[in-house]
Design a protein around this ligand. Structure first.
Ligand code: 5GP
Length: 131
């Protein structure tokens, strides 16, 4: 069965899309821990990130770098944190999380509840900064 992220890639499930190329796809996390919290995934579905072929894993990070640069231009922050957990969704993904303090990397903290319009606006701004 296709993962929820594969359904997002093919448009079966809507997302706040940021960017894609032939191999990778980026979109806002639906339950962000910070404004601009973005997920970057390979289009080819693999559960565990360290089961990706080397070239696929390297490409994922290179694509994530371009996405992170766009997020950083959009959301005021000190750094973009990179987090890989993968305990919830069995489709390899990298979290990109705008960060000002280390304590903000807390995936168990209550998630932000942002209105649809604000998520759309954030996604649009990040998209416009994506090169
Ligand atoms: P992890 O697998 O890394 O522990 O967590 C999966 C992440 O995917 C969570 O941060 C969760 O909010 C996000 N997520 C789960 N389902 C969806 C979805 O349908 N759409 C989006 N945009 N994000 C999702």
């Amino acid at each position: 069965m296709a993962s929820i992220f594969s359904k997002i890639i093919c448009g079966e499930i809507p997302s706040y899309k940021i960017a894609e190329d032939d191999r990778y796809f980026a979109f806002l996390d639906i339950n962000p821990i910070a404004k601009g919290h973005t997920l970057v995934i390979p289009k080819q579905e693999t559960d565990y990130i360290f089961d990706l072929e080397d070239a696929e894993l390297a490409g994922l990070h290179i694509f994530a770098k371009r996405v992170a640069q766009a997020v950083e231009k959009t959301v005021p922050c000190k750094r973009i944190a990179v987090l890989v957990s993968g305990l919830e969704v069995p489709h390899a993904h990298v979290h990109l999380i705008p960060l000002n303090r280390e304590a903000e990397i807390n995936v168990t903290a209550p998630k932000l509840k942002l209105p649809h319009e604000e998520m759309q606006e954030i996604a649009e701004k990040i998209r416009s900064n994506f090169e």
